[in-house]
Design a protein around this ligand. Structure first.
Ligand code: GLN
Length: 488
């Protein structure tokens, strides 16, 4: 309880300095009061680290950007209220790529985050500090966000569990928007029971979030999911696990295959059936994701104009004072980093309606990307045995699978020294395996699985780790976590 918080705060303090992980951007040094439980001993409290794009009324919320460097939200996110009500203790706010845009945790106004397993490597992004805090033993559980992989990728790089729940289950009220149609809250922990307990606290409808799944939809899936878990009992006997052929793209490093193979072996040994499946639209998902996420971001980030709140660049000279447009430009030029600016330009272009010779950019990019998103969703619905309760014609598919398994990332965390030779496309391609579940809104959990070779000749030491992702039908988060627990 209070001692646990004190222990974490001491570790956080010791980790500060130029050689530290740089996981936290602000710390709550107050200790929680001890509340005696039924037997007189203090009640245990979950000690939580919170990504800095989740609004907290007691700590600043910068979203990793100079644009919000002086922002103290007047309210806290719903998920924070739920956690505090359950007795959790907030340790502090964690470092992140500006507005959630990045894969390596190097695009933050507070500097890069180091990977606790190997400080020469990146922690992954954009929930970089959350993953580093969990892997570095600086908290019990961390809140992140996941728009296209930002919880699963750093979890994979740092060797922790990382869950992107079904879109709409966890409230987004008080989360700083990146791309609303894709944004979800994410959870990271070293142990699955802790992650699952946190999920249960947060899994409820919020009338303040218009995209929060209503009670009847939750009920429509809960009964079937509970029944499936009951029939499975403690194990996974009879579980049908799909292995999608398209999740081994040419960029995949051989290191990413070993943990997958180990996880599949474990499941088969426990009586699960492995089924090869195909999700043919996967290869278009990454391009569609970057068009849609950037388009939504270009609209969302228009609010950072230096007028209502956030950072405002001082006027350069007397003559400029009255010109609003110059003021916005000056503020936004200073406030946003290079990566954010790139996304805003790309997103604004993709929404441009002006007709060129062959249709507008809106027709050619934004609408095409929306079509791809539909196809990606349809692929998932075609392989899962459970119907998608959100689609208009939910139908069971008796030859379908319960879950899918694939590598979480194309390889282990890059070294900081390797980033200098890379361009943004190298960062974007890290998300190739995580964006399909984001486009479809289905739950996905990255599980740390040993990469130790079980075959002869596979003994050599592997540097860095790669997680295995378990993906389920919308609303089947509990089943995803159950299978994550037995494979991890
Ligand atoms: N790397 C992805 C991006 O930059 C992931 C973002 C996220 O999930 N927040 O868009």
């Amino acid at each position: 309880p209070a001692q646990t918080a004190a222990k974490y705060l001491e570790r956080i303090r010791l980790d500060q300095g130029p050689e530290g992980l740089n996981a936290f951007v602000s710390v709550n040094y107050d200790l929680p009061p001890e509340v005696p439980g039924a037997d007189g001993t203090p009640e245990p409290r979950l000690c939580i680290a919170v990504k800095d794009n989740i609004c907290t009324s007691t700590l600043p919320t910068t979203a990793g950007s100079l644009a919000l460097s002086n922002f103290n939200p007047p309210y806290s996110a719903t998920i924070l209220h739920l956690l505090l009500q359950s007795g959790a203790h907030i340790l502090g706010k964690t470092n992140m790529d500006s507005f959630g845009m990045g894969s390596f945790g190097v695009h933050s106004s507070s500097g890069p985050v180091r990977n606790p397993r190997d400080r020469a490597r990146v922690a992954g992004g954009s929930s970089s500090g959350s993953a580093a805090a969990v892997a570095g033993g600086l908290c019990d559980v961390a809140l992140g966000t996941d728009t296209g992989g930002s919880t699963r990728l750093p979890a994979s790089y740092c060797g922790t569990y990382g869950l992107k729940p079904s879109y709409g289950l966890l409230s987004r009220h008080g989360i700083i928007s990146y791309a609303d149609s894709l944004d979800t809250v994410g959870l990271l922990a070293r142990s699955l029971p802790v992650l699952s307990r946190t999920f249960q606290i947060l899994n409820q409808h919020d009338p303040r979030d218009p995209t929060s799944a209503p009670e009847d939809v939750r009920q429509a899936v809960a009964g079937a999911a509970r029944e499936r878990l009951r029939r499975l009992g403690d194990g996974v006997k009879g579980l049908r696990v799909g292995v999608p052929a398209e999740y081994c793209p040419s960029e995949l490093s051989p290191q990413a295959l070993r943990p997958l193979r180990n996880a599949l072996r474990t499941l088969r040994r426990m009586g699960a059936e492995l089924v090869p499946v195909s999700l043919p639209s996967t290869r278009y998902a990454l391009s569609a994701y970057y068009v849609l996420a950037s388009a939504e971001a270009s609209s969302n980030l228009a609010r950072y104009d230096g007028v209502r709140y956030g950072f405002r660049a001082p006027a350069a000279g007397e003559g400029e004072r009255g010109d609003a447009a110059q003021g916005y430009a000056r503020t936004r030029t200073r406030a946003f980093g290079e990566e954010v600016k790139k996304r805003l330009l790309l997103g604004t272009y993709a929404l441009t309606a002006e007709r060129l010779t062959e249709g507008s950019a809106f027709d050619n990019y934004f609408l095409q990307a929306q079509l791809v998103r539909k196809l990606v969703k349809r692929d998932f619905d075609a392989v899962f045995s459970a119907p998608n309760v959100l689609s208009s014609l939910p139908a069971e598919n008796p030859t379908g699978v319960d879950l899918l398994l694939h590598p979480s990332a194309i390889g282990p965390a890059p070294l900081f020294s390797q980033l200098a030779e890379q361009d943004s496309l190298d960062a974007y391609v890290q998300d190739v395996l995580s964006v399909p579940a984001s486009l479809a809104g289905v739950p996905a959990l990255s599980v740390p699985v040993s990469s130790q070779g079980m075959d002869r000749g596979e003994e050599e030491e592997v540097e860095g780790c790669v997680g295995v992702s378990v993906v389920g039908q919308w609303g089947w988060d509990e089943l995803v976590m159950r299978v994550g627990e037995v494979t991890g």
